[in-house]
Design a protein around this ligand. Structure first.
Ligand code: MG
Length: 382
C-alpha cells in the first residue's frame, strides 16, 4: 500500500522538493491532497500530473479551477479558511506541512488530533504554540517528524537512544552576511540577502537566515520538539553546513548527522522513517571540504538572534509576537519598503511593547498574533 500524502504548500520550495521525492519512488507514495496559495500556474501543473482527490487554493481562483478540472472530480477547498480540512482527511496517512507562516497552526493541530504522521517543515506553528501541539500529539499518538534540516539531524541522532541528553548542538550556516561588516548591513539589498551561500530556500526564510532570526526560531522549535530546556541547546556557526546538528549524551559522546545541503534528504527521511531509501543525490564528498569549522554566534552583530533567545526564555505569548512581527517586517523588506537593519528595529519595538500572557490558550495566541501584526504595521507605515 502506498503512503497517502497531503502536501500543504505544494508550490513552495519544500512542496516542490517533496514532489521530487514522490517522483523518485512513485510506487511508495500517492498524492491525495494538495494546497497552494499564490502560484496557481504551478498548482495547475501539479493537479494535472498527480490528479489529487482534494485541492485547496485561494477562494478567488476556485471557480476557475473547478471548471478547468471538472472531469477529475476533485473536491476543492478555500485554503485560507479550510486548509485544516485537508489535514484531517481519513484517506491520508501523512501530512506534509510545507506551508510557511503562522497559518499552519490550524492544519498542524488538525493533523495531530487526527493521529497522522506529520512531516513538519513549518517552524512557525511550533514556535508560537509548540507546547500545545506536542501535548495533543502525545494525546492522539501522532508522530511528528521534522523536515527542517537541523531538527531532522537531532531527530536522527536521538532515534533509538535511551541515554539522557546533555546538550544539543544546533548548527547554523550563518547565512549570507557572515563575512560582511555590520556597518554595511544597512546597504544590503533584497538581491544581496537572497543570495544564500549554502541553501536554496524561499525568500522569507532566506532573510531570516541573514538576520539569524531563523536560528532563534529553530532554538525554540528544538526545545518544543525534543522536550529540552533552553540551556541544553548550544548554537554553533558552521559555515560549511555539512554537520546538520549534533546530540551530546551524558557520557560526553557526541553523535552528528552529516549530509549534502539538499532538502530532499530530510524530506524523504520524514516520509519513509524508519526506513531509508536511495535519494539519487550525489554522495557527500568530505575530502572536498578539507575542514569543518565551528564558532560561537556573534550576538552583537546579529542582535535578532539575541532577541530570540531572550524571547524564548520569557515564553508565553512572546514567541508568537516575535514571529508575527518578524513576518510583517521581513515582508516590508522584501517589498523594499524598509532597509535590512530596520527589520530588527521593528521586531524589537513590537516585542518590547507586548504584555506577556504566561499560560496562553489558543485564543490568546491568535490574539497576540493579531496584536503584533497591527503593532508592526503601525510602526512600518508611520
Ligand atoms: Mg533549518
Amino acid at each position: 500500500m502506498p503512503s497517502r500524502l497531503a502536501i500543504l504548500g505544494s508550490t513552495g520550495s519544500i512542496g516542490v522538493n517533496t514532489l521530487k521525492v514522490v517522483d523518485g519512488h512513485p510506487k511508495r507514495f500517492k498524492v491525495v491532497a494538495l494546497s497552494a496559495y499564490t502560484n496557481i500556474a504551478l498548482l495547475k501543473e501539479q493537479i494535472k500530473r498527480y490528479q489529487p482527490a482534494y485541492v485547496a487554493a485561494k477562494a478567488s481562483v476556485l471557480v476557475q479551477l473547478k471548471q478547468e478540472f471538472c472531469s477529475l472530480r476533485i473536491k476543492f477547498f478555500d485554503v485560507e479558511r479550510e486548509a485544516a480540512c485537508l489535514a484531517g482527511l481519513r484517506e491520508i496517512d501523512t501530512v506534509v506541512l510545507a506551508m510557511r507562516g503562522a497559518g499552519a497552526l490550524a492544519p498542524f493541530l488538525e493533523a495531530v488530533r487526527a493521529g497522522k504522521r506529520v512531516a513538519a517543515a513549518n517552524k512557525e506553528a511550533l514556535v508560537i504554540a509548540g507546547d500545545l501541539i506536542m501535548k495533543e500529539a502525545r494525546k492522539y499518538k501522532a508522530v511528528i517528524i521534522p523536515i527542517d534540516s537541523e531538527q531532522s539531524a537531532i531527530f536522527q541522532c536521538l532515534d533509538g537512544q535511551k541515554a539522557p541528553v546533555r546538550r544539543v548542538h544546533l548548527t547554523a550556516s550563518g547565512g549570507p552576511l557572515q563575512e560582511v561588516a555590520a556597518r554595511d548591513f544597512s546597504k544590503m539589498t533584497v538581491k544581496d540577502i537572497l543570495r544564500h551561500p549554502r541553501w536554496q530556500m524561499g525568500p522569507k526564510i532566506t532573510v531570516d537566515s541573514a538576520t539569524l532570526m531563523n536560528k532563534g526560531f529553530e532554538f525554540i522549535e528544538a526545545q518544543r520538539l525534543f522536550g529540552l530546556s533552553f540551556d541544553q541547546i548550544n548554537i554553533l556557526i558552521h559555515p560549511q553546513a555539512i554537520v546538520h546538528s549534533m546530540v551530546e549524551f551524558s557520557d560526553g559522546s557526541i553523535l552528528a548527522q552529516l549530509g549534502v545541503t539538499d532538502m530532499r534528504l530530510p524530506i524523504q527521511y520524514a516520509l519513509t522513517y524508519p526506513q531509508r531509501l536511495d535519494t539519487g543525490l550525489k554522495p557527500l564528498d568530505l575530502v572536498q571540504w578539507q575542514s569543518l569549522t565551528f564558532q560561537k554566534p556573534n550576538l552583537k552583530k546579529f542582535p535578532a538572534l539575541g532577541l530570540a533567545l531572550e524571547v524564548a526564555q520569557k515564553g508565553g505569548t512572546l514567541p508568537c509576537v516575535l514571529n508575527a512581527a518578524d513576518e510583517e517586517a521581513v515582508d516590508a523588506f522584501l517589498k523594499e519598503k524598509i532597509n535590512f537593519t530596520s527589520i530588527y528595529k521593528v521586531v524589537e519595538k513590537v516585542v518590547r511593547r507586548h504584555k506577556i500572557e504566561k499560560k496562553p490558550s489558543l485564543f490568546d495566541i491568535y490574539a497576540a498574533d493579531e496584536w503584533a501584526r497591527q503593532e508592526a504595521r503601525t510602526i512600518l507605515w508611520r
